[in-house]
Write a protein that binds this ligand. Structure first.
Ligand code: AMP
Length: 392
C-alpha cells in the first residue's frame, strides 16, 4: 500500500494540523515514559523546518470517555514537548470551537499549539462528521502520525481526512514500510514468533501469518491449547477448551501448506501462579497434573537458535512466558536476544513484547519496534487500518 507522506505535501505558509499519539503513561502527574512523544519528533521538526508553517498538535490521553476530566488533560505533555522541540508550546483549552480556530490563525510561523484531549468529546471515538469538520477548521493540511490509533476510525484519524488534504507522518511511513512487506511479500525464510496469553486474541493473526510464513513459533500461555489439541497432557496450564478444534485446524492447515510449527518441547512450571513460586523444569512436552506451564524450557529455546538466525524476515508479538515474574522471564529474554542477533529484518509489535525488548535492553538492536500494539496486530491480521487507508 502506497500512502501519501508529509514530504509529498507543500507545507509552506500552512497551518499544519497533526494527529499524534501522546497517550503516554502518567503517574502522580509525571510522565513515566516519553517514547511516544519522541517518536513524533521527526515529523514535528520537519513541519517546523518548512517556511512559514505553524504546527497544531492533537492527541488523546487515557479514557476520559467524552467528559472533561483534569487528570486526562494534555497539559501534562506540554512542558515535555516544549523541552523536546526546543520551542514554546501554547496550550489550548479545547480542541474545537471558534476560540481555538482563532488561536490557530493567530499563530506565527514556527509556533506550536497543543490542543486539549480529543476524547473530552464523545464525538471523537464515534467518528462524528460534524466534529471531524470542526477539527479540520484548525488547519490547512492534515498529517496523521499516530500509528497507535490508526486501527480505529475516529474523527481525528479518519473523519478529518474528508475535509483536508491529508498525508502520513514519518512514523506512520516507517510502520507501513516494515509491516506491509510482512503481509504481502516477506523475505523468506519468514519466521513469526507468537506468544502471549490466549489463542482467542491471536487466532486471526496466526491464520493470516500462516499464508506467508516459513516457520511459526508458538509460545506463551496459548501454546498449551495447541499441545492439548495434539493430545498431550498439560496439567493446570492456561487452556481455552473452546479453541482446541481451532488449534487442531491450524496445525493441519500449517502441515498442508508446508509451514513448520514449533511448539514448546520442555517447560518451566510452577505449582501456583505467583512471582515467587518455585521453578520446576519439565523435560518433556507434557506437564503433570497439578503444575502450570509458566515459560518455555531451555531445550525449546535452544531449538529456536538456528531457525531465528537464518530468518530473512521475522516478526515477534507476545511474550513466551510470564515474563513479569523474574523466575519465568528466561524464555522471553532468550528470544529477545536471538531476535536482536538475527541479521534478517526484525520487527517487534505488541505491548508486552515491546515492553520485554525495552526491559532487557535490546530495542536498539531490532530493526523496527512498533509503536502500536493493537494496530500492529491488526496489520498482521491483514486488515486495512482506517487511519492509514485514508492516506492512500
Ligand atoms: P498478550 O497480551 O496476549 O500478548 O499476553 C501477554 C500476557 O501473556 C503476559 O501478561 C504474560 O504474563 C502472559 N503469559 C505468557 N505466558 C503465559 C503462560 N504460560 N501462562 C499464563 N500467562 C502467560
Amino acid at each position: 500500500m502506497k500512502i501519501k507522506t508529509v514530504k509529498d505535501m507543500n507545507l509552506v505558509n500552512k497551518r499544519c494540523l497533526v494527529r499524534v499519539d501522546f497517550n503516554v503513561p502518567v503517574k502522580d502527574g509525571v510522565i513515566t515514559d516519553d517514547t511516544r512523544i519522541r517518536s513524533a519528533l521527526p515529523t514535528l521538526n520537519y513541519i517546523l523546518s518548512q517556511e512559514g508553517s505553524s504546527l497544531i498538535v492533537m492527541s488523546h490521553l487515557g479514557r476520559p470517555k467524552g467528559e472533561v476530566k483534569s487528570e486526562f488533560s494534555l497539559s501534562v505533555v506540554r512542558e515535555r514537548l516544549q523541552k523536546l522541540l526546543g520551542t514554546k508550546v501554547i496550550m489550548a483549552e479545547d480542541c474545537i470551537g471558534n476560540k481555538i480556530v482563532k488561536l490557530t490563525k493567530d499563530l506565527n510561523p514556527g509556533e506550536v499549539l497543543l490542543l486539549e484531549n480529543l476524547r473530552f468529546h464523545s464525538e471523537e471515538t464515534k467518528n462524528d462528521p460534524e466534529f471531524a469538520k470542526k477539527l479540520a477548521q484548525n488547519g490547512d493540511i492534515f498529517i496523521n502520525d499516530a500509528f497507535g490509533t490508526a486501527h480505529r476510525a475516529h474523527a481525528s484519524t479518519e473523519g478529518v481526512t474528508k475535509f483536508l488534504p491529508s498525508a502520513g507522518g514519518f512514523l506512520i511511513e516507517k510502520e507501513v514500510a516494515f509491516f506491509e512487506p510482512l503481509v504481502t511479500n516477506p523475505a523468506k525464510p519468514f519466521v513469526a514468533i507468537i506468544g502471549g496469553a490466549k489463542v482467542s486474541s491471536k487466532i486471526s493473526v496466526l491464520e493470516s501469518l500462516l499464508k506467508n510464513c516459513t516457520t511459526l513459533i508458538i509460545g506463551g500461555g496459548m501454546a498449551y491449547t495447541f499441545l492439548k489439541a495434539k493430545g498431550l497432557n498439560v496439567g493446570n496450564s492456561l487452556i481455552e477448551d473452546d479453541f482446541i478444534d481451532v488449534a487442531k485446524k491450524l496445525i493441519k492447515d500449517a502441515s498442508d501448506r508446508g509451514v513448520e510449527i514449533l511448539l514448546p518441547v520442555d517447560h518451566l512450571a510452577a505449582a501456583e501462579f505467583s512471582s515467587d513460586a518455585e521453578v520446576i523444569t519439565i523435560n518433556s512436552e507434557m506437564i503433570p497434573d497439578g503444575l502450570i506451564g509458566m515459560d518455555i524450557g531451555p531445550k525449546t529455546l535452544e531449538s529456536y537458535n538456528d531457525v531465528i538466525a537464518k530468518a530473512k524476515s521475522l516478526v515477534w508479538n507476545g511474550p513466551l512466558g510470564v515474563f513479569e515474574f523474574n523466575n519465568f522471564a528466561k524464555g522471553t529474554l532468550g528470544v529477545a536476544q536471538l531476535v536482536a542477533e538475527c541479521r534478517g529484518i526484525t520487527v517487534v509489535g505488541g505491548g508486552d513484547s515491546v515492553a520485554a525488548v525495552n526491559k532487557f535492553g535490546y530495542a536498539d538492536k531490532i530493526d523496527h519496534v512498533s509503536t502500536g500494539g493493537g494496530a500492529s496486530l491488526e496489520y498482521l491480521e491483514g486488515k486495512e487500518l482506517p487511519g492509514i487507508a485514508a492516506l492512500k
